[in-house]
Design a protein around this ligand. Sequence first.
Ligand code: 8YV
Length: 302
Amino acid sequence: HDFSFNPKDERLPREQLLENIRGCDAVMSMMTDTVDAEFFEAVGPQLRVVSNFAVGFDNMDLEAATRHGVYLTNTPDVLTETTADTAWALLMAAGRRLGEAERYLRSGQWRQFSPALLLGVDVWGKTLGIFGYGRIGAAVARRAQAFKMRVIYHKRDRLPEAEENALGLHYVDKATLLRDSDFISLHCPLTPDTRHAFGPEEFAQMRKNAVIVNTARGPVIDEAALVEALQSRRIFAAGLDVYEEEPKIHPGLLELENAFLIPQLGSATQDTRDRMAGAVMNNIEAALQGKRPPNLLNEALA
Ligand code: 8YV
């Protein structure tokens, strides 16, 4: 196929993007691209597939795509374990104050061993709450077994009991998840229902030593409410990979020692990004050959 791409490692202005993709049969999109009716109209009626370089697809309008007869695809599975590793890295770093500790050491403040220096919270043996138990949530839960943790979860559709027992999981409602978790890791998609699922009311119900981890999507957390909960020590810490208005970070978060912050690195390993690129291309190739793409999202077109 003929192809063109944006050689700069930066986002194109919307108008230029729409101009550049005009006439294409297939487009690879990033989660920062809004793939909506305007997008499909700009590309033209020959467009067959938009292949998202991400598992999350809250940037895409499924109904509009189906109306335009365009396949939408994503990259599930290939990034599950890597993203679960990232969630765990954040959980450990926030719970054990590793960001703060590194800043302390590098700034030359460390003089001697001190029994009460930078005390964190234990991870092992505590209760982990998984909010949104899909592929990545399950991979995060599996890792918790090695830490002898109790794992509770909340999702829209409860798993079959036999599966819960086999995995050593306990289903709870949201209020119980908030009340009983020492660590909460978010793994739901961003939808109108999950936007600001964690706000002032939720933080008020969490444990005083709770740690919240977000590798899902920024707007699942009301960032202003999180800043307030961290500032007032209502909760212990947060480990964040995603933000409400990326790449802008709430100024309050930047000032807080108990917020461990990384820039959307959930799936950022060479191997996983290579696998994601492979999945993107397989989806495009199948669509261009008139076949059903392996990771088709709009089932109505299957
Ligand atoms: C990436 C992700 O870090 O796949 C997703 O939905 O959020 C992560 O894999 C990034 O979004 C890649 O575009």
